[in-house]
Write a protein that binds this ligand. Structure first.
Ligand SMILES: C[S@@+](CC[C@H](N)C(=O)[O-])C[C@H]1O[C@@H](n2cnc3c(N)ncnc32)[C@H](O)[C@@H]1O
Length: 241
């Protein structure tokens, strides 16, 4: 793994129905008791899901979903990045983040936080569009939302969470190696034009490591496949009410 170090030390704090819990080496963000994200400070493997964005980021980077602000704080520290914008729908998440920013005395002068629904953003012109406001939705729904944002805005480079998971499942299901060739097939199948043309060997290695991490962590990847199959069948034959 790449050992990406999140810059903030986190402190438990809650605002309204949203709660940031720091429990030893585990940090979790909940909204109405539903988990939005976790960060395991022993391995920090979740931060490695941002390897692509962090290595390719340049100019004005638009991000969606503030969460713990891991990617946003890392991007503002990146000398190639001139401005970071984040669209976050939950005002309480923003307040919890600002509480932690103050505790850390962290400079966010390069960061603009906008409290709106990221699915509705349009006419934005930027260099990079990094989306991370999805969680438990089925794959086809996430892909449709990514495509809608891509259609409504202008940028050079796209990445979204959980595209590594989507691509890994695609490779497993179709018995393909993780490579630029399979990445190209996956992009074409989904009609993603702004995802990178090629991945370098470090990025491909990171995808393989993360795929192993997903497999070893839980049943999730299998659940993902089963859910995807169900969703495909539902979209073909409709749901029984
Ligand atoms: C997994 S967290 C993002 C993590 C963040 N990228 C980081 O590095 O810490 C997802 C965030 O997306 C936000 N969110 C969910 N749906 C949204 C939407 N439609 N528009 C904007 N933000 C949304 C949630 O409130 C949550 O803060």
């Amino acid at each position: 793994m790449n050992n990406i170090e999140p810059p903030l030390k986190y402190y438990s704090h809650s605002v309204g129905n949203t709660e940031l819990i720091v429990d030893n080496n585990n940090i979790s963000l909940y909204e109405n008791g539903q988990s939005w994200m976790g960060l395991d400070l022993n391995t920090k493997w979740q931060a490695n899901e941002f390897v692509f964005e962090l290595s390719e980021a340049t100019g004005v980077c638009v991000t969606t979903g503030l969460g713990l602000g891991v990617i946003q704080t890392l991007l503002v520290q990146n000398a190639n990045v001139t401005k970071v914008i984040v669209f976050e729908k939950n005002k309480s998440v923003i307040d919890i983040f600002l509480y932690n920013i103050e505790k850390n005395n962290f400079d966010i002068s390069k960061l603009e936080i906008i409290n709106v629904d990221a699915d509705n953003i349009q006419d934005i012109v930027c260099d990079c569009m990094f989306l991370d406001h999805f969680e438990h939705e089925p794959e086809h729904e996430i892909i449709d939302r990514v495509k809608k944002i891509s259609k409504n805005n202008t940028f050079n480079l796209l990445w979204y969470w959980p595209c590594i998971r989507h691509f890994s499942v695609f490779c497993s299901t179709n018995r393909l190696e993780i490579s630029n060739k399979s990445f190209d097939i996956w992009k074409t199948v989904n009609g993603f034009e702004k995802l990178p043309k090629e991945l370098n060997s470090l990025q491909l290695n990171n995808i393989m490591n993360l795929r192993n991490e997903y497999y070893s962590r839980s049943q999730n990847i299998l659940d993902f496949q089963i859910q995807n199959q169900k969703n495909k069948l539902l979209s073909l034959f409709g749901s029984k009410k």
